[in-house]
Design a protein around this ligand. Sequence first.
Ligand SMILES: [Fe+2]
Ligand SMILES: [Fe+2]
Length: 134
Amino acid sequence: MIGLLNRALAMEQASAIRYRTQAATVTGPHAPVYAAMFKESATESDGHAEKLRERIAGLGGAPTLEVEATETPFPTDLGGMIEFDHGEEEKAVVLYQEILRSIPHDKETLLHETVEHILTDEMEDLEEMARLKG
Ligand SMILES: [Fe+2]
Ligand SMILES: [Fe+2]
């Protein structure tokens, strides 16, 4: 369980960095709108990471400092960024579904609630990215 949660934490840490980089580098007439959206996504990822650290520590584990590797070259155009983010949100939904399935329902209620909440956020992120992708 700790291992799965740390996988998610490394993913969230990578997402926060990716979204902040996109916010700083996005270009085009709608750049300010997308920069604000990417910053919001980064803040959400930071929040998810924080919750995961707390749950991991609460279970007696050590929260990882690792950042999941991001494939390079990284897209620098808006369309490429959205496409990439859509894929990452898809991966997040799958991982949190997997984590949720592996939590014993009778115990670890706080952990179950936390992961359920994060999964809902990820599904909303995925819906938003699907809409932006067109
Ligand atoms: Fe997240
Ligand atoms: Fe997300």
